[in-house]
Design a protein around this ligand. Structure first.
Ligand code: AGP
Length: 611
């Protein structure tokens, strides 16, 4: 999704801006651009559709000490050079913008009446003209931005420069993350600290309504009432190590194979001999768990699928659990029972719908808020009472893999902590907890085994490459695993994939089954196996082609219509984590055959910071 980088320094900042944009590429975008104030105090701007590499080809001779840059993910106006950012008002002011301005139409009409002309279909162009109009009326750059944001409705992260203020970068934020990177006699602005790894370790996070006036040797921040305010200086722990492919063809493949290590880190220091330790989950974890009677989980996409799996664990353990998609949650009324813990799950910690749901939940009487997150320096973490980090390590591929399995492991830890309270067990748990803890310890080995199935999965993937549709089936807690498998396949191979609870097949989707519709099934050896087998017979009877990930003792065998991939027997509680791995590999290898852009699939973004 859109990314912002800005810099003010004594050196030429064009290379810094380009490097920052490259580091933000993982967020997903469709065009890129930059603008600097050059040595003649003029704005020099370049924009290109496609990759940052295309922008690099046209920035020869663009030099300056002050500049802004942007990767755009289209919302208003198709991906095109004239819609890319920076947007300019004549040659005077340039703006980069993340977010959506809701009253852009109204402002556009006023500006047209005042004689401004428009060169784009973006909602952003009204911002730059508005700033320009205030400057023409006598305001300096900072006050012009302050006046402008007071007139905007919607969400924005802004970087603004003007040729009339050749030493000043103004940044503003409401509803879209923005931070200030502090260098040595040079300062930066970015939507994500990863853009600034080589140039700044120290940074300040702007809060909603903040406007910052950033110069080479000073940063002044003003709050939403335009009063000067101090923001805490933090030190970033991000490093470059995780942004290298290390010999893998794609980040997705690397991240699938990293799951052994990632899960080891999720568990690191959190397990005692037989139990889950609570202190390492956070200093207020015990107090929050003690106050929890039931939970509400809100998330999007893959993180939502993790929540759907975890609901089976929570309710089996006696903890009432409700799960909802964040974009739906935020637009309806709620009844909140006393003692309800509001849980968000997010890999990035920046998903706008999830963040907005949390903001809304805070006024609704939830007892506490907890975030399951992979990004320590993110908005959701800052806004939650407690965060349990998944410790997956940076995930670059747009399709979530290790983020999902580490979310599942983290949710199991949470479920076991709440189980003790729900069942009135003491801190040593009970046999069930002891058994699950041992299973969690064995996860890295079991994942290694699942990864070793890759050659068989490559053979299976060849049957999908020429297909346009597919069905994924599962039952119980493997239904959301089927949903996640279908999401992965559609995201990166662009094959239409729909997931159904297998028992639902006969209520409609069976009509779709024929030889051109591969049907993928997840078949662990649990109490629903016999039911699932009957559902698979329904598919076979209609000439469907089955691809079954089955427990080695399931009794399901390969034949002309059925290809079975045997998964080593695994404890039922952690089976969803293991069965995820072959589904991830299947989608990866289908996409590889189809030659799609696996790490940056079309139309998608890694961090979804618009509504
Ligand atoms: C997963 O493969 C997707 N790219 C997407 O569904 C993602 O999980 C969703 O946008 C939520 O992101 P988050 O976990 O960062 O909040």
């Amino acid at each position: 999704m859109c990314g912002i980088v800005g810099a003010v320094a004594s050196r030429d900042i064009t290379p810094v801006l380009l490097d920052g944009l490259r580091r933000l590429e993982y967020r997903g975008y469709d065009s890129a651009g930059l603008a600097v104030v050059n040595q003649d105090d003029e704005i020099d701007a370049r924009r290109a559709v496609g990759r940052v590499a295309a922008l690099e080809e046209i920035v020869n001779g663009v030099n300056g000490h002050l500049g802004i840059a942007h990767t755009r993910w289209a919302t208003h106006g198709r991906p095109a050079e004239h819609n890319a950012h920076p947007q300019l008002s004549s040659t005077d002011v340039a703006v980069v913008h993340n977010g959506i301005i809701e009253n852009h139409q109204e402002l556009r009409e006023q500006q047209l009446a005042a004689g401004y002309t428009f060169t784009s279909e973006t909602d952003t162009e009204v911002i730059v003209h508005q700033i320009d109009s205030h400057m023409k009326a006598g305001a300096d750059l900072l006050s012009a931005v302050q006046k402008t944001v007071d007139e905007l409705k919607g969400a924005y992260g802004l970087g603004v420069i003007s040729r009339h203020a050749p030493n000043t970068l103004v940044a503003a934020r409401r509803g879209s993350p923005l931070l200030i990177g502090l260098g040595e006699a040079e300062n930066f602005v970015a939507s994500d600290m990863s853009a600034l790894i080589p140039v700044a370790r120290k940074y300040m996070v702007l809060e909603d309504g903040d406007i910052a006036c950033v110069k080479q040797d000073s940063v002044q921040i003003f709050d939403q009432n335009h009063k000067p305010i101090e923001r805490k200086v933090l030190v970033s722990t991000l490093s470059d190590a995780e942004t290298e492919l290390e010999g893998y063809a794609h980040f997705m493949k690397k991240e699938i194979h990293e799951q052994t290590r990632a899960i080891t880190e999720t568990l690191e220091g959190r397990l005692g001999a037989n139990t889950v330790l609570e202190i390492p989950l956070g200093k207020n974890a015990k107090e929050i768990f003690d106050a929890t009677k039931e939970i509400k989980i809100v998330a999007c996409g893959t993180s939502y699928n993790a929540a759907c799996v975890a609901r089976y664990w929570f309710e089996e353990f006696g903890v009432r659990c409700d799960v909802e998609i964040a974009s739906e949650y935020r637009y309806r009324k709620h009844v909140v029972n006393p003692g309800t813990l509001f849980v968000t799950i997010s890999q990035s910690g920046e998903t706008l719908d999830t963040m907005a749901a949390l903001d809304m939940a805070k006024g609704l009487g939830y007892t506490n808020t907890l975030c399951v997150c992979n990004a320590p320096e993110s908005s959701l973490v800052r806004a939650s009472d407690l965060t349990i980090f998944t410790h997956a390590g940076r995930e670059i591929g747009v399709a979530s893999t290790k983020a999902f399995t580490t979310q599942l492991v983290t949710l199991m830890l949470l479920a076991l902590c709440l189980r003790r309270r729900a069942l009135g067990l003491d801190y040593d748990g009970d046999e069930v907890e002891h058994e699950i803890v041992q299973e969690l310890r064995s996860l890295p080995n079991q994942i290694e085994h699942a990864l070793s199935l890759e050659d068989e999965i490559i053979a299976m993937s060849k049957h999908f490459a020429d297909k346009h549709h597919s069905l994924f089936l599962g039952r119980g807690m493997h239904f959301p695993i089927a949903v996640e498998g279908a999401l992965k396949l559609k995201e990166i191979s662009y094959i239409h994939a729909e997931a159904y609870a297998a028992g639902e097949l006969k209520h409609g989707p069976l009509a779709l089954v024929d030889k051109d519709m591969p049907v993928v099934a997840v078949a662990p050896n649990d109490e629903l196996l016999e039911k699932l087998k009957s559902n698979l017979e329904e598919v076979r009877a209609r000439g469907g082609q089955l691809f079954v990930f089955a427990d080695a003792h399931s009794g399901i065998v390969s034949d002309n219509d059925t290809m079975v991939l045997n998964v080593a027997p695994v404890n039922n509680h952690i089976a969803p984590i293991i069965y995820t791995i072959p589904l991830q590999l299947l989608s990866y290898h289908v996409a590889l055959i189809k030659g799609t852009d696996i790490d940056k699939p079309r139309n998608l973004a890694k961090s979804v910071t618009v509504e």
